[in-house]
Design a binder for this molecule. Sequence first.
Ligand code: COA
Length: 412
Amino acid sequence: MARRSLRVKGGLRLRGDVQGQACAINAQSPGMTGESVGDATLHQAVIAATGLYTPPETLTNAELVAAFNAYVAKFNDDNAAAIEAGEAAAMTPSSEEFIVKASGIKSRYVMAKAGLVDPDLMRPVIPERPNDQVSIMAEIGAAAARDAIARWGKDASQIDAVICAASNMQRAYPAMAIEIQQELGIEGFGFDMNVACSSATFGIKTAVDYITSGSARAVLVVNPEITSGHLNYQDRDSHFIFGDVATAIIVERADLAEGGWDVLGTRLKTVFSNNIRNNFGFLNRAAPEGNGAADKLFVQEGRKVFREVVPMVSEMISTHAADLGIDTTQLKRMWLHQANINMNDMIGRKVLGRDPSPEENVIILDEFANTSSAGSIIAFHRAHEDFQSGELGLICSFGAGYSAGTVFVKKR
Ligand code: COA
């Protein structure tokens, strides 16, 4: 349980969860450097800046559906005899109308479009790079980070740690975070973490803990998501879901930060579920009979996810807000994970007790689709300029695991 001396400075109160229990702790800023001091002095953490990298190509629903339907026609043609004999099932075309109605997605950005719209490929084509070149994930992560650092207005040398928090990593090791660290000339340490769509909020929480404990002055959290690499473009139920992007967040010690957002509280939750799963992994080669099977890509039971995650997340937001003494009607804005517009509408309604306005419940899925961990951060990045000092907002993620994270913030 928490070993913390509770000292007050400037009336700031920071609340976090320690081993599942809410605790209230207070901020103190004696001017430490980036090293862990091992004492119980605690700092207030601030989200100081965010950054966004948007891939060069867009892929509209019309283009995606045309490619899928061409693939279906070809599959049915090639397998006509087996289908006729009842030995194979005919594939059914996809539709733009369904995609918009069921998900709210109209378009997405992708790193490599050509292979995705080629009915003979239906996958991205991203050639391997030699080891002396930056890897593509590190490249887009660093691009988002550079955007965040430019908005922050300080030098990368002020950052003490890099966390690469994303759904998929390019390789097992060395860590993407360490490569990004090298790209940006950041000292200190870096590591990767994967909590699927919740990776960004889990990364923020980890960064906040490093700040509050005195381990770092500023932490860079990077979310490069090349989701096109794990999406099955031959699966009618899910071929439209994802898009590629990278986001970055700088979490900084409050006494060093100018402006930004006080982190009022962070909370994480995980509950095991098989309803969103990807069995790709390093042991696949030990069972070659499964290589190339659909379960080595993203698979979900979308209806079950919807039914189970909406109540879990709504309840988590309401409880966390209550524990922080926040009435949810005080929230000016929610930046929720962007998986499905109907999910976000329903969570917004449950949390506010009425239909949220588009300003209260920001949607970017129509343009970006589901970008996994980056979704709530894109929403925050795109829609926060109008906040006045003291106004409250919520960054919230949810996804595979199941996992969910809530981060309540107040404009400084
Ligand atoms: N084009 C046309 N019709 C389609 C289709 C497509 N691409 N995919 C499915 N359909 C059809 C189905 O065949 C079904 O038809 P039927 O009623 O005649 O059987 C109908 O549409 C409904 O299918 P269903 O899968 O139940 O759709 P849905 O309304 O549940 O929407 C999701 C599907 C995936 C958009 C939705 O379940 C969802 O978003 N769930 C949560 C996903 C999520 O958050 N995942 C987290 C990932 S991080």
